[in-house]
Design a protein around this ligand. Structure first.
Ligand SMILES: Nc1ncnc2c1ncn2[C@@H]1O[C@H](COP(=O)(O)OP(=O)(O)O)[C@@H](O)[C@H]1O
Ligand SMILES: [Mg+2]
Length: 367
């Protein structure tokens, strides 16, 4: 009913001479009833994309369709209030001099509803966000999490098909953020509304989303499930952004079927799945997640020396120096302890590694 199709969407800002491209050639097909996250570092174009979808910004090129309906094109946009979308902002934007009830009911004012209908809808929305019993409070009598729930209820009360959320949890403390995360996910499941959620927090994106759109410098880098984006990043930008990763330069020494033998810095030799575009002799980077390296107190094919250790409660993080002075970050179970200066054996699971072609300038600087 409310799938969104974004085609060749671009938007730049600035004057005639200095233009800054906020979103470039964005193609995205968002299915109905999904939790979608736009993820990327600050300034990568997430908010601009959300504002384009909401109808606050007119694109320079491209189009946005909701179902079959064209809602945005350079020639004009359907205004925000006629798109069947709601929006929730980072700073809540609740009215301080209105009660919770009045804040939520405000969105219904423009619709010709009886007072009984308004009360039913507001109570339904309060129930959805677990704010029952607080209707007569003022915002300054609520916690940050409760204020954010009021903002959510206010955008849900008008029964949108699509809810747009711009970093809605970033003003909350860590514990509350995690609790609200769970509630948002449940809310999406219960209502069937398509959620488009913006965040720079990769853990949040992994926890919440059906699909993640990873953005960088105004461009879409990858669109996929949390599992795919984390385990099979499309390029080094995605690998680097989605958690910790060791990026080790190397080259392809031989190829056999789908597998490639790689010789990488630090004396690492690995046989890993080969992306189809990788050819013999190619300069590459191998991406190895810290949790896919095992350490042992006994000698293995590769060896190193522990140079740093950080106990993080649920895991231990090490820096291990291998041949040529190259440092690898490694994560182990917290009970598996090694001491600084200890010689350790290293085992890398090559099936969990990703290979990327090295950019020519990176090749030059590594040489
Ligand atoms: N109204 C605007 N006028 C000029 N530049 C803007 C405007 N909105 C965003 N930008 C620029 O566009 C780029 C993308 O911004 P934004 O979409 O807000 O990124 P994000 O939400 O990912 O942090 C940034 O460089 C930002 O400075
Ligand atoms: Mg933003």
């Amino acid at each position: 009913m409310a799938g969104i199709t974004i085609s060749s969407l671009s938007k730049s800002y600035g004057g005639r001479h200095l233009r800054l491209t906020a979103v470039q050639d964005l193609d995205l097909a968002i299915q109905d009833n999904q939790f979608i996250t736009l993820l990327g570092p600050s300034g990568c174009g997430k908010t601009t994309t959300l504002r384009l979808i909401a109808g606050y910004v007119t694109p320079d090129t491209g189009s946005i369709h909701v179902g079959d309906r064209l809602v945005s094109a350079p020639s004009g946009v359907v205004p925000p209030e006629r798109r069947g979308m709601g929006m929730v902002f980072q700073n809540y934007a609740v009215w301080p001099h209105k009660t919770v009830y009045e804040n939520i009911a405000f969105g219904l004012k423009l619709r010709k509803l009886s007072s009984t209908q308004v009360r039913d809808k507001v109570e339904g929305a309060l129930d959805l966000v677990n704010l029952k019993g607080l209707a007569e409070r003022f915002p300054n009598e609520l916690s940050g999490g409760q204020q954010q729930r009021v903002a959510l209820a206010r955008s849900l009360v008008v029964e949108p098909d699509i809810l747009l959320l711009d970093e809605p949890l970033s003003n909350l403390d860590a514990k509350l953020r995690e609790k609200m995360r769970g509630e948002l996910k449940q809310l999406q499941r219960r209502t069937g509304i398509t959620f488009i959620y913006v965040t720079h927090d990769q853990a949040e994106a992994l926890a919440l989303s059906d699909q993640i759109a990873v953005m960088h410098a105004g461009r879409l880098q990858q669109f996929g499930s949390p599992f795919d984006v984390y385990t099979t990043p499309a390029n080094r930008v995605v690998a680097d952004f989605m958690g910790l990763v060791n990026l080790v330069p190397g080259r392809i020494r031989s190829i056999s079927g789908d597998m490639a033998q790689i010789e990488a810095d630090g004396g690492l030799v690995l046989v890993a799945p080969r992306p189809p575009e990788m050819a013999l002799g190619m300069e590459i980077e191998i991406a190895i997640r810290p949790e896919n390296i095992r350490l042992s107190a006994t000698p293995e094919t590769f060896a190193g020396v522990v140079s740093e250790r950080t106990f993080l409660g649920n895991l231990c993080e090490y820096v291990v120096v291998i041949a040529g002075g190259r440092a690898l970050r490694v994560q182990t179970h917290p009970l598996q302890q090694f001491s600084i200066g200890q010689n350790v054996g290293i085992t890398i699971d090559p099936s969990q590694c990703s290979l990327f072609a090295r950019e020519p300038d990176a090749v030059a600087s590594a040489a």
